[in-house]
Write a protein that binds this ligand. Sequence first.
Ligand code: THU
Length: 137
Amino acid sequence: MSASETPHPLRDPAAKVRENAHAPYSNFKVGAAIRAKSGTVYVGCNVENVAYPEGTCAEAGAIAAMVAAGEKELIEAYVIADCPSPVPPCGGCRQKLKEFGATDVAVTLATTDGVEFKTTIGDLLPGAFDAGHMERS
Ligand code: THU
């Protein structure tokens, strides 16, 4: 993003919630903001645990907040971390985004330095497993 461009509207909420991340084990704080179909923005940060597999990702937190509020469809997502290149969501989070967003939903991956990479849920998870694969069960 150049200085003259308007920042992505989800950047600020994602960057702010990232500061609340609980990441004492990895020291890698992640923030996520998603816009639901209603227009409401939900945020989440990673929450690690001393029992490492119990930690949760930023995207999972934002999705949980959306669902807890009674919404089931996201129309835009933004993920930010302090890393050399825009943070790629982990495999599990790609599947979680796919659960609640259409394949053409825009996902912006960002660094705290301001580098952004725009992609979509479909491009993040090609060949996704979905309910159609269970049709003969
Ligand atoms: N992390 C996320 O929050 N989202 C991702 O998609 C990538 C990884 C978190 C999990 C863990 O707390 C830390 O980053 C290092 O893996």
